[in-house]
Design a protein around this ligand. Structure first.
Ligand SMILES: Nc1ncnc2c1ncn2[C@@H]1O[C@H](COP(=O)(O)OP(=O)(O)O)[C@@H](O)[C@H]1O
Ligand SMILES: [Mg+2]
Length: 240
């Protein structure tokens, strides 16, 4: 059985079908790249899986058990964490406080939650910023903090929404290694990312969506050559 099974997932916003009859699975220990042009429905898929938005149709199962209808907090308790495309730390709290809040999910005592937060921050190379305000971090470190908050909830499955957006090439290399390190630590990853170099390098498999539907699936090097994928990405920009 796959860790995550999404079947027939559909979400309408009024007359707009943001996600349409989408099915895919994620195996334990895998890094799955979820790619597609802007507006393809990628963030909506994450919102659906994590209970921020309810599906119009379809099923979502973690370890064979449905997570549809659960509130975001309950989905997190089941072991699914996500980051946001636009980072959302509490700017007036310290880095450590931000991560401690997330760690309370598994560690009800403050002392244990703080210890867990410091452990995650150390793993992500942010230990030395623990006492700084989140608002004082660089973009790269804010992205790290976003990942640290997600990891502090103790997930089995981590959904990363464009973690490399806005980073320079050497920061992208660092972030790619970080994602690989997270997987080696036993967490399965779904990665939404526009930085193709990173997707190609670290995804085991890629699912391509366009206008809410899956248009291709397979190893990254193979998928990027498929005509439907090239058309979805470049079709509208073809020379007149
Ligand atoms: N809350 C919402 N209300 C109305 N339309 C939405 C909402 N969220 C997303 N959409 C629409 O759904 C489509 C998919 O959006 P999104 O999932 O953000 O795409 P992506 O992350 O792939 O860029 C877009 O057309 C977007 O405008
Ligand atoms: Mg998005």
């Amino acid at each position: 059985m796959s860790l995550l099974e999404v079947d027939g997932l559909t979400r309408f916003y009024g007359g707009l079908r943001a996600v349409g009859d989408l099915s895919f699975t994620v195996g334990e220990g895998e890094i799955l790249g979820l790619i597609g042009p802007n507006g393809a429905g990628k963030t909506t898929v994450f919102n659906l899986i994590t209970g921020f938005v309810q599906p119009s149709a379809g099923t979502i199962r973690l370890d064979g058990k449905s997570v549809v209808g659960l509130r975001p907090h309950a989905v997190a308790a089941r072991g699914i964490a996500r980051t946001f495309q636009v980072v959302k730390p509490f700017p007036g709290l310290t880095v450590k406080e931000n991560v401690t809040l997330a760690a309370f999910l598994r560690h009800p005592s403050r002392r244990d939650a703080e210890a867990a937060a410091l452990e995650v921050l150390g793993r992500l190379g942010l230990g030395h910023r623990a006492g700084d305000l989140a608002s004082q971090l660089t973009l790269m470190d804010q992205k790290r903090l976003e990942v640290a908050r997600a990891l502090a909830t103790g997930p089995r499955l981590l959904l990363l929404d464009e973690p490399m957006g806005g980073l320079n090439p050497s920061e992208v290399d660092v972030a790619s290694r970080l994602v690989d390190q997270i997987r080696k630590g036993g967490v399965t990853v779904v990665l939404v990312e526009h930085v193709m170099k990173a997707i190609m390098r670290i995804s085991d498999r890629v699912v391509v969506v366009s206008q809410g539907e899956k248009i291709a699936e397979g190893p990254p090097a193979q998928v990027v050559k498929e005509p439907a994928v090239l058309a979805a990405y470049f079709g509208k920009r073809a020379a007149p």
